[in-house]
Design a protein. Structure first.
Lengths: 91, 211
């Protein structure tokens, strides 16, 4: 979930397709979709339908973090930063 | 070929997700083309099946689908297999077409012609029951309740006929009696499943009144 949060929080709150998220995070579809469902249910991720970019293709779902999701991602980043020993961070 | 398998798997995933997650099923299906372009459609579709199955135990509709599969594969299909075994007259099983009258007796000689004449009808009844049970299993998984009631009525009628037939011909009715004993269990389970489905639809309608 952290890697998904991290990926979704990059480039602001850009909308991303499910397959793009899989490719960028390395998370497989069997894990990605339950995560997206849960995060959407918890209000961390929002989803909407986008018209196809090419004719003959189906409309696709896109995802991005909500404000609450962005805040959680920032919090997770801060916590991860605090866990790194100060010497290791400067070395 | 691979795309065909992937599409089949996506259908399984869609069916497993049910009505409450219909939009997620569409979202997964829409991504299949991207997986095809990436030359990994089966891997993606398999993951979607896993994703759908992971959701099932946690929601009422998922549990309903799982129970239906258990009922179909654990009761109805084995019953169909039992009927087929009876129809084939598998010699190692105690039921089938064997006569209950001791061989070599006058009674057995008297009944031999009747048994021979009755065999095609008995065979047809066993096969009808087997087909009926397979159909019941299929319709249960498809939630086709109206057609399921019709098929169940046919199975009940065929079972009653079979019991009468075996009794009149002094045939070993173990298989037919077992069928008759399990029939109320089957009907009760199907009825409970239909009521559960009705409740799910009512809940979904309450949750999404605009749909």
């Amino acid at each position: 979930m952290l890697s998904l949060l991290d990926m979704l929080s990059r480039d602001g709150r850009r909308w991303r397709h499910g397959y793009e998220l899989m490719a960028e995070t390395g998370i497989r579809s069997g894990t990605l979709y339950p995560l997206l469902m849960r995060m959407t249910h918890q209000g961390l991720v929002e989803a909407e339908w986008r018209q196809p970019e090419l004719p003959g293709r189906p409309a696709r779902h896109v995802y991005r973090l909500t404000v609450a999701g962005s805040a959680l991602a920032q919090e997770a980043r801060n916590e991860a930063h605090d866990l790194i020993p100060k010497g290791a961070a400067t070395a | 070929m691979m795309v065909g398998i992937a599409r089949l798997l996506m259908r399984v995933a869609t069916r497993s997700l049910g009505e409450t997650h219909r939009e997620w099923a569409w979202a997964m299906q829409a991504e299949l083309q991207a997986a095809v372009d990436d030359k990994r459609p089966v891997r993606f579709a398999l993951g979607c099946v896993v994703a759908a199955w992971r959701q099932m135990p946690g929601q009422d509709e998922g549990r309903f689908i799982l129970v239906n599969y258990a009922l179909a594969l654990g009761l109805l299909v084995p019953m169909a297999a039992l009927q087929l075994t009876c129809a084939a007259g598998f010699p190692l099983l105690p039921f089938g077409g064997a006569a209950a009258v001791a061989p070599g007796t006058l009674q057995q000689l008297y009944l031999a012609d009747a048994h021979s004449a009755a065999m095609p009808a008995l065979l047809a009844l066993w096969l009808l029951l087997a087909a009926g049970h397979f159909r019941l299993a299929w319709l249960l998984l498809e939630h086709e309740w109206a057609r399921l009631v019709q098929s169940a009525a046919l199975v009940v009628a065929a079972s009653a006929t079979l019991v009468v037939f075996t009794a009149v011909l002094f045939l070993d009715g173990t298989g037919a009696n077992l069928q008759l004993m399990l029939l109320p269990v089957e009907v009760a389970a199907i009825y409970r499943s239909a009521r559960w489905h009705e409740r799910l639809i009512a809940n979904a309608a309450a949750r999404f009144p605009a749909r």
